[in-house]
Each structure stands twice: as C-alpha cells, then as structure tokens.
Design a protein around this ligand. Sequence first.
Ligand code: C2O
Ligand code: CU
Length: 571
Amino acid sequence: MFTAKKVFIQCLFTIVMLGGVMEVHALVRSFKFELINSLHTRLCCNKTMLTINGQSPGPTIYARRGDLVIVDIVNRADQNITIHWHGVKMPRYPWSDGTNFVTQCPILSGKRFRQRVILSDEEGTLWWHAHNDWSRNSVYGAIVILPPKGETYPFPKPHAHHPILIGEWWKADVQQVMEEFLKNGGDPQMSNAYLINGQPGDLYQCSTQDIYKLQVEFGKTYLIKLVNAVMDNIMFFKIGSHKFTVVGTDGAYTKPMQTDCVAISPGQTIDLLLEANQPPSHYYMAARVYASGGDFVTIPTTAIIEYVGNYTPPPSPLLPFFPQVNDSATSMNFTNQLRSLVNGVNVPKKVTRKLFFTLSMNRRLCLESYCLRATRLASSVNNVSMLLPGVDILQAYYRGISGVYTTDFPDFPPSAFDYTKDAMLEESSATRLGTAVSVLEYNSTVEVVFQGTNIAGGVEHPMHLHGYSFYVVGSGLGNFDGIRDPPNYNLIDPPLMENIVVPRNGWISIRFKANNPGVWYMHCHFERHQSWGMKMVFIVEDGEQPHEKMLPPPPDMPGCDAPPPQLLFRI
Ligand code: C2O
Ligand code: CU
C-alpha cells in the first residue's frame, strides 16, 4: 500500500506556458504520499524520523515535460508538514508550491492536501522536499522529467538513468536539533554523516552491507541525476577513474561539459552522462563536503559502481582524490563554466526593475527574558531578517487580509558601504526583523544583483527562487561595480537555473521576466541561514489578460490553525 500508485489518464490539455501557449499531449500522473514516523538504522543507531511512505529518500516522481502530477499528501505523522516541488514553476498556481507560511499553512497531523504539480518547460531533474522546520532532512525525493513522447534528448539516448541523492544524517532527532539551535542563538549541532541514496557508505560505521550499488555494463552510457539534498553544504562529487559529461542543471539542459569533479549546491540538480569505459571492476562514486568555514564532517559518503561480468574486484575500490574541503576556486570554477545548451537564449536585454540585495550574516541583540545570550546570530537580505507570519502570505494577498506583511522590502541596502572589506564594522550589521515583500509588476524584466558581505565573516550563499528559472548573467569576487561589470555580462548563453551560489565575498547577477503571477519565496538554501532570516518574498502582480492572472485556490487548502513559528521558537 505504500508504493506510489500511478494512474495514467491519457488526455489532451492546453498548458499556458510562461510566455506563450503550447499544446502538448500530456499525462496526468497521480501519486500518494503518506507522511509517517518510521524507524531507521544508520551508523549503528536506531531512530524514528519523518518519511514519505517509509522511505528516505522518498519515492521518485517520473513524468514527461508538460505533465500534470497530482500528489495526495496524507499526514499520518505527529508533526506538521508542507511539501515543496523544488524547481517546478507552477505557472499561475502558487497554491501548490508548498512553502510554509508563504504559500500555505502547514498540513496538520491527521490532515491531507491534494497538490497539483504543474510541469511546464522543465526537463531533466528536479526534486521535492518538505518546506517547514528542518524536516526536509528526511522528507525528500527526486523528480525525473523526461522529454515528451516522440522527442529525444539533446544527446544520444542513455542506456538507463539513475537518481543519485546526496543527503545528510544526524543521530539526534533533527526537529530537536533545530529547536535547540533556535533557542540558543548560536551555531547548530553538526550532522554525523553524509549519504548517497540514504546510505553513508563503507567509510562510515555499519553501512558496508547496505551501501548503494549501481550496476553498469561496459560500453554503455548512463544518465546520472544528481541532487544535493544536504542541509548546509555545497558538495564535491566524483567517480573513481571516470570522467563524465555534465548535460543539465536545475531542469534545463546545458552545453556538454566534460569534467571529473562536480560542485553541487543544496537545492541544485545536475544531470551527467557516465560512460562505462573503464576496465570492469568496482569503482567508488563519492561526495565530500565543501565549506569555506565551519566544522563539518569531512569523511566522503560513498556508493559503488559495479561493472557486470567475470572479474575479481579489489577488496575496496580506490577513493577518488578530492579537492581540499575549502577549495573555493574549484567550487566556483565549476559553476562558472555552466552554459545554456543553445546560444541566443531569451534573456531580458532591457531591465525595468533593478534590485541590489546584500546577503549578510549578522549579530543582533537579544534582551528579552527568553534570550539565552545577549547577542544572537542572524542573517539577512538588505538588512531585513524575515519572520514568517501566522497566516500564509499568499492567502493574505489573495483575500486582502491586512496586517500579515508589509510591501516595503527595500530594492537596495539601507546604506552603501564597502561590502567585502576585511574588518567589518559591527554598525553595518544591524538587521531588522519583519515580514516585508517586494512587489513586481507583471512582465517587468528584473535584475537581481546578490552581493555577499563580510559582516561577521563572509560565506557562500546558495540562493534559490521559487516559481521561476533565471539566467545567471554575471558573477565576480569583491564588490559589484555597476559601471564596469554589466558590459561583461553573458547575454548569449547564460545558464538557466533556480539555484545559484553567491561566492564568498563576491556577487552574482541574475535576470528573469516576472511573467508568473503569484507569491514566490526566495531564500538561501543553507538551512541554518534560512532559519536565521535570509529569505524574502516576491509578489508578482496579475497581468491584464485572463491568462495572465493567478488561478483560484483549490477547495482543500490547509487552514491556518498552527501557532506562528516565531512565537514557538522566538527567532
Ligand atoms: Cu528547495 Cu524553498 O526550496
Ligand atoms: Cu546563506
């Protein structure tokens, strides 16, 4: 009863795509996701955790471009949940986006919610995950989107494809780790292991038996669908003795790029072709943490590529040689080389709304009686640390409920300063708590420059936008220069992404056309930064035409009966 039940109904329907109308033969595919507390053993210890259908990673959703996926979420666990379809644009339908207190209130224990996951132009790999508290740690899975029937890949058809999800394991209960972290206002307790498809692998205790194995035949090519589902780190990914070819990221194809090392940020997906062209044997597929600071587990998580055939495998495969844990050049260079598949992509050339967002780590005073220390860590966008409201912003916007949010999210930081200089004055670190949204006019062409700052020490920030893909047109180290940098933008073949790592003490420039009306969250995909407030919301207004307006909500939207998170956790 726990297997995802697929119901195929052949039908013809018209999808109003972002930017045009396209007729496709699309399918409706239905899945049932039951959230339960289930028992799992890793690193020689048992623990009960939240899963979908008892599995972590949860079920893979297979679909074709343009399909409609209907997922019935049934909450049979003792905690509230929301499920987000990471990278699915949901044209005009933010109601299914699944972002806690932004597009919906949580599905309470015992309740259910039917989500319509509306695929449009995405093709490749995306993923789904819980989007409340830190429950995405165990509640996540892959979404594999194949070309429509009769269409082919922009590369020779691979023999098979395999989702590979990099995850993370705490021996402790993750909800407790989060609550502890929010209470004490400092850094969280670190995790104990990283995982490939749910297993730490044979370099960790008690995982040799269950290590993930991928069987390959010599001479065949496999499409690996890599997802970084870890909570707080960019990961390096390598395969022993093999090179491979990156062909896509974030549900869009890229120009083929040969490499032997991937740097993948939390939230990001990478499609790569692996040719089984080495002497038949066992090889490691492994991922290791990249971090410019912090004290993270550095043991690689491993899986095994097993050639079929008759041979004597080595007692243990050779571990690929990884870059240094803090090798930011390798991490940055990988991302900088990504290019859209074709030249002359539809990137906005004229920008009608320019935004400049500083991303900062902050310290803020905490003088109330509940404060365990006088200064707490915080993080912010343009010196605003976002608080989630008690009623979701989408509902408040749609129904005109006042007092839930303000519309004064600043287009620029409150004052300009040398963002990346060495010793940063604490004055610039003042952050205000609030629920401020930025309103975008329908069809405006938006540029966001993300500027990393060195307040309280600079780190990377993998920024993620809901409801859109964006073109990454520029990047650099140091301070963005509005005169010198834009002439160097790539407006020919910039990669189309929904996650981009803003380099440590550097900047990134993205562009998109605001043609998907709704309420869309943007945040750092490092979970601890998100909890500290590095998040904001865009409201994209309706257009004039009926097909440019948000669709109405489904009848079973969850009610807002849970206490607002900031009251519970005092963030
Ligand atoms: Cu991967 Cu806001 O999500
Ligand atoms: Cu961040």
